[in-house]
Write a new protein. Structure first.
Length: 350
């Protein structure tokens, strides 16, 4: 059993036994139990407790990060709480991500890894959500040794080396999943990745029980891309022009057209990808463009996170300085909340 913070409860009992061993003998007769027998009994109990304490599976993981071997119900709760508290204007994202991740972690007999593809303009929260997913599963989040990030322009910059990249990518994934089945892989800038490269991991995302003795069914793959953002914005504008709120948008309104748009986008790493053609992406998650009110929410939270009292005049000024589209209506921020941090540096003397 564990305490509120996940630490072993055996510690207090062990400490008491050790304390008893160190205490001086009580004055007067001990009774029928001989001192040596009492000492042996206490020592045996202490040794037994110590052995159980050391061998307790969570003890090592209390001090050192461990690969998640079984579902921790706190992960889904943390994911839901953080999305509700920190993500603005993305009702579809919150709903889909929580259901997808929670359902996958609860499924002890998953038939394939979980594959999520996050799409939308810069600043709408794609990187932020992938960070929250990682933190809900591993307390070190993106710094965890079981969470692996690939950035297209950094890790795969040269088109002429694509075959080398394919071999390296397969080797990296195979090696890390062999160490930890519940590994998380995040691929950023998919819209800048060379076409065909991502297909090299197709076997790992497919419905295989084992590949060369390794199971990939507990792994999580997250793809981030700007591709499809035009289609998402088009839908959001249609709803707005028809007098419907963004909260009326359902996943069924956009998911199919989004996947087709990404598949046929020559500037996307998913261009004619077998991952889409073979239906190996479980969810295409649309990030809607952020409105003025959402930008103000981002500014407020960022100010509070830095420990400053919110100045409503500065908050409004920062939101007003952001650029919006369409030019006439100025409905959506073209950079989302991307530049909020830099603008705060200008207004506050940090």
């Amino acid at each position: 059993m564990t305490g509120r913070r996940g630490g072993p409860r055996a510690a207090p009992g062990l400490a008491l036994l050790l304390l008893l061993l160190l205490l001086p003998p009580l004055p007067g007769p001990v009774g029928a139990v001989e001192p040596i027998s009492l000492g042996l009994a206490l020592a045996g109990a202490a040794a037994s407790a110590l052995t159980g304490f050391i061998s307790y599976p969570r003890l090592y993981c209390y001090f050192r990060e461990c690969c998640l071997q079984r579902h921790d119900p706190r992960a889904a709760a943390a994911l839901q709480e953080n999305l509700d508290r920190k993500l603005f204007g993305q009702h579809l994202v919150s709903k889909v991500i929580v259901k997808a991740v929670k359902g996958f972690l609860n499924n002890e007999n998953a038939k394939k890894p979980l594959a999520l593809s996050l799409h939308g303009w810069t600043g709408t929260g794609k990187n932020f959500v992938s960070k929250i997913i990682a933190e809900s599963i591993y307390k070190n989040g993106l710094k965890s040794k079981y969470v692996h990030q690939f950035v297209a322009t950094l890790h795969f910059p040269h088109a002429q080396d694509i075959n080398t990249y394919k071999d390296q990518l397969q080797s990296w994934i195979r090696g890390n999943v062999s160490i930890c089945p519940r590994s998380i892989f995040i691929f950023d800038e998919m819209d800048k990745m060379h076409a065909g490269l991502i297909d090299s991991i197709k076997p790992f995302l497919d419905y295989y029980e084992l590949l060369d003795g390794v199971s990939y069914r507990k792994a999580i793959f997250i793809f981030l891309s700007n591709a499809g953002a035009e289609k998402i914005t088009e839908l959001a504008l249609d709803f707005w022009r028809n007098g419907r709120t963004r909260e009326d948008i359902e996943l069924t309104d956009i998911q199919n057209s989004l996947s087709v748009s990404v598949f046929n986008n020559k500037n996307s790493g998913f261009w004619h990808s077998t991952l889409i053609d073979k239906n190996l992406i479980d969810y295409f998650v649309p990030f809607l463009p952020l409105e003025y009110k959402h930008v103000k929410m981002c500014v407020r939270v960022e100010i509070q996170s830095r420990g400053y009292t919110v100045d409503e005049d500065i908050l409004t000024r920062i939101a007003d300085e952001m650029t919006y589209f369409p030019r006439e209506e100025r409905i959506y921020s073209d950079k989302g909340c991307k530049t909020v941090d830099a603008k705060l540096d200008y207004y506050y003397d940090f």
